[in-house]
Design a protein around this ligand. Structure first.
Ligand SMILES: *[C@@H]1O[C@H](CO)[C@@H](O)[C@H](O)[C@H]1NC(C)=O
Ligand SMILES: *[C@@H]1O[C@H](CO)[C@@H](O)[C@H](O)[C@H]1NC(C)=O
Ligand SMILES: *[C@@H]1O[C@H](CO)[C@@H](O)[C@H](O)[C@H]1NC(C)=O
Ligand SMILES: *[C@@H]1O[C@H](CO)[C@@H](O)[C@H](O)[C@H]1NC(C)=O
Ligand SMILES: [Zn+2]
Length: 502
């Protein structure tokens, strides 16, 4: 959390550029790169030795840590770890990916790209039984008046949030006091009690219901957080971004999307969904760690994200990822009561998480080579695990996208043995239909109806077809698509000063 706090200022600046002035993005894109785009220079600088991998505990289950928060026993199965080949990063495959040494927060941006692919209302999504695309898929922007302000925790007194609060009825939501700011340092007593609170941030405590890895060895559950962004885009013939790369490699990934970003770029969400990638909830504002929020604020953050996803692509995710991985038993229970399984990322017993630290590069606090070295350590650790793994990467900034599609994904694909790259639900072997409320037909997924972690009574769990579908879209239709950016720059800068990036 400390490093995240350091990152705050940058994030405020950067997001302000992205959000306040949509034109700024376009202008940045119009500028040609001032540096060569060849990837061949990458090899010369990162030939250092691979850091010694930390031994990974292989528990044999999907969880890297036991539910008590203490490391599990070291696997003594005699499995010979397969070393990952260290040394030079592979050359980027795209024609427009800079050399690793040239990727930095100040780098020039790509050239302008062709218009994105669009889909018509009524088009059939790739998931069997999914509702046809709603009319909003053609919206270049959504009616902002129908949604909460961007980048702040939504109002908990709205009729929508009051309605969604009823989904918690009958569930035993632990009475845990919200944390000060989601950091261990600010709440030493809670941190000391993290095993009882199920607090992941302090000690990596997980519960059986969390998804923190893929079950199969050498399988990477690939995800991108914090979009949709201009760099998630499917660009057609121009510079490749995330969707282009995944298409070229015939891969699926999970996108943990932020409601405030969807409000700005709904069509990119549509592209992700229609290309067969998994869509998952990553809060409305991404402004505060979830353990620091009240139950009503949690419902507002998750509920509005679920709602805008449903409005744009017609389905409601059954999974979510807490920003910064900040979750405890209260956040879990609220999320599960609302029909969403928490997904975090793999964490080693030593406390190091499978975080590429790509966000540090975007924040000017680390080099792309640092991030890639971190990733090589992750692959090395992963190759010694009995299970597969999940890694934190982002698609909000161009530099993080360049690191991913130019280097980390290729490193895993080119490794010997090759890592199997899948979306996170896919690697869990969940049927694709299970990923959304509207298509899921398994009444005991994600958990037996009316029975979440500590569920008690007759709550409306996933499978009951009640979540995320409450007639809100009617209100949307009555408001035109006139876009009004009501949030002033000053207000936004202030609110974004609270914003952190994970
Ligand atoms: C793409 O991947 C899917 C499995 O995810 C596979 O069934 C299909 O054959 C692959 N297509 C190509 C062209 O490799
Ligand atoms: C339904 O989901 C549960 C997990 O919640 C799983 O154990 C069960 O096998 C699934 N049933 C079917 C028929 O897929
Ligand atoms: C409800 O959940 C609890 C705790 O997860 C579990 O022990 C119990 O078997 C579940 N009951 C049913 C009916 O599934
Ligand atoms: C179930 O709910 C009742 C009434 O709200 C409460 O008294 C009881 O303690 C709850 N039981 C559990 C196990 O949470
Ligand atoms: Zn995030």
């Amino acid at each position: 959390m400390k490093s995240l706090a350091l990152f705050t200022t940058f994030c405020a600046m950067q997001l302000t550029t992205v959000l306040v002035n949509g034109e700024a993005i376009n202008r940045r894109h119009l500028g040609k790169r001032a540096v060569p785009l060849s990837a061949t220079g990458a090899a010369s600088t990162s030939s250092g030795s691979l850091p010694t991998p930390t031994a990974i505990v292989a528990t044999g289950s999907a969880a890297a840590l036991s539910s008590t928060g203490t490391p599990g026993t070291v696997a003594g199965t005699g499995t010979t770890p397969t070393p990952v080949v260290a040394g030079t990063p592979p050359a980027a495959t795209g024609t427009d990916i800079p050399a690793l040494t040239l990727i930095s927060s100040g780098m020039p941006t790509r050239t302008a790209r062709a218009a994105a692919t669009t889909y018509a209302p009524g088009a059939q999504p790739p998931i069997s039984g999914a509702p046809k695309l709603p009319t909003l898929v053609t919206a270049v922007s959504l009616p902002t008046a129908s949604y909460p302000a961007e980048n702040v925790v939504p109002d908990t007194n709205s009729p929508q949030v009051q309605q969604w609060m009823k989904e918690l009825d009958g569930f035993n939501i632990p009475d845990l006091k919200p944390t000060v700011d989601g950091s261990c340092a600010s709440d030493p007593q809670f941190a000391a009690d993290s095993a009882n609170r199920g607090w992941w941030t302090c000690g990596g405590v997980t519960r059986d219901t969390d998804i923190v890895a893929c079950p199969d060895k050498f399988t990477w559950g690939v995800s991108f957080d914090d979009g949709p962004s201009p760099y998630s885009d499917l660009s057609g013939t121009a510079a490749p971004y995330v969707l282009d790369f995944l298409q070229q490699k015939n891969l699926s990934a999970t996108f943990f999307v932020v409601g405030s970003r969807i409000l700005e770029r709904p069509q990119i969400l549509v592209q992700e969904y229609m290309a067969g990638h998994e869509i998952s909830v990553h809060t409305w504002s991404h402004s505060k760690p979830l353990t620091s929020l009240t139950n009503a604020e949690l419902v507002a953050e998750l509920g509005w994200t679920r709602q805008i996803i449903k409005d744009v692509i017609g389905v409601t995710p059954t999974t979510m990822r807490p920003p910064w991985g900040d979750i405890d038993d209260r956040v879990r229970a609220v999320s599960m009561a609302m029909g969403m399984i928490p997904v975090i990322w793999t964490r080693s017993p030593s406390g190091s998480t499978f975080d590429t630290n790509d966000w540090k590069v975007a924040g000017g606090q680390g080099t792309a080579a640092d991030s890639f070295n971190t990733f090589q350590t992750i692959l090395s650790q992963a190759s010694q695990m009995e299970t597969g793994f999940v890694v934190l990467e982002h698609d909000l900034f161009e530099v993080t996208v360049d690191i991913a599609i130019g280097y980390t994904l290729n490193a895993a694909l080119n490794n010997n043995p090759k890592f199997n790259l899948e979306a996170i639900g896919q690697c869990q072997k969940f049927p694709a239909a299970n990923m959304y409320l509207e298509t899921n037909t398994n009444k005991t997924f994600p958990f037996p109806k009316n029975n979440a972690t500590g569920a008690n009574g007759s709550g409306s769990a996933a499978g009951s077809n009640s979540g995320g579908n409450n007639g809100k879209s009617g209100a949307l239709r009555t408001l035109g698509l006139e876009q009004t950016k009501v949030v002033g720059v000053a207000v936004l800068v202030l609110t974004l000063a609270l914003s952190m990036f994970a």
